[in-house]
Write a protein that binds this ligand. Structure first.
Ligand SMILES: Nc1ncnc2c1ncn2[C@@H]1O[C@H](COP(=O)(O)OP(=O)(O)OP(=O)(O)O)[C@@H](O)[C@H]1O
Length: 270
């Protein structure tokens, strides 16, 4: 659908909220890119423009004021630099996340968010810099990660087996996590035949099933409807309260006041 009328309303509301023109342009460009990539209806993805604008404005006014108890460092990325051929993607990026913290990695399309997550997950090497992980780690990539000819329960069993869980316990735990995301009818549909949003929920459940100390999530809400999106953040806040260190790549700026660290890679690389 044509998202431009919704984006025009958003821009007007952001200005009314007191954002400067460059900030408005950045927010609108990010949202436009997200809508283009996801092909989602803006009302479904972001809700009413005035409400989204109000939430973004509140996020940008400052980080969460409530002090939260945090634990030891779980993930430390120091001086991460990466180039692909001539293209410098990451330049001296630093990120420290402690137990009980959520870090949001934000920035324009192509600024290196997934690259940073892949480096933190150990999937690719940086040209310079180090990543130290204290504890177990799980990574939920932006796409892929599920096997099209396996059932959701079989995914749970495979992941659970890695942690020594029986098939039954894995299925029970997986279905419970799925239920928290509003996915109740985990049944006989192969992963390849699930809707995109439901497949993303499967990805997310697999990532959290083993109770990792560090959870890396790359745009985990893609294809989610509004209810599932809300459930996702509630699940992340619960995991944070349980002492997990979470890094989430997001284009959804309205939740930034609910995270502990914001790493803007567009700014970091400029
Ligand atoms: N294996 C690769 N080889 C060459 N270039 C790559 C490779 N992977 C990523 N890039 C490039 O590096 C840049 C950063 O990509 P990355 O996927 O990390 O960005 P991103 O911030 O996650 O983007 P988006 O918001 O669109 O998901 C892009 O220009 C991309 O084309």
């Amino acid at each position: 659908m044509n998202a431009e009328p919704w984006l025009a309303l958003l821009a007007g509301e952001l200005r009314r909220q007191g954002l400067a023109d460059p900030q408005v342009a950045t927010v609108v460009a990010d949202v436009r890119a997200h809508l283009r990539d996801s092909a989602e209806d803006p009302y479904r993805a972001f809700g009413a423009p005035e409400r989204y604008a109000a939430a973004v404005a509140e996020s940008l006014r400052g980080p969460a004021s409530h002090a939260r108890p945090v634990g030891p460092v779980r993930l430390q990325a120091d001086g991460i630099t990466k180039r692909y051929g001539r293209r410098q993607v990451l330049r001296d990026v630093n990120l420290t996340v402690r137990a009980g913290q959520i870090a949001a990695v934000v920035g324009a399309n192509g600024c290196g968010k997934s690259t940073l997550l892949n480096i933190c997950a150990g999937l690719i090497s940086p040209d310079a810099g180090t990543v130290t992980v204290h504890g177990t780690l799980s990574h939920s990539p932006q796409d892929g990660g599920t096997a099209p000819y396996l059932l959701p329960d079989e995914h749970f069993a495979l992941v659970g087996a890695g942690k020594g869980l029986t098939r039954d316990r894995s299925r029970t735990a997986g279905r419970a996590r799925a239920g928290e995301l509003g996915w109740q009818d985990v049944g006989a549909t192969l992963a390849g035949q699930l809707s995109g949003g439901t497949r993303q929920k499967l990805n997310l459940v697999m990532s959290t099933l083993t109770e990792p100390d560090v959870l890396l999530l790359d745009e985990p809400y893609q294809g989610f409807d509004r209810g599932a999106y809300v459930n996702l953040w509630q699940q992340l806040w619960r995991l944070r309260d349980d002492g997990k260190a979470i890094v989430v790549v997001t284009h959804m700026l309205n939740e930034l006041d609910q995270v502990d660290i914001v790493l803007d890679l567009t700014e970091a690389n400029s």
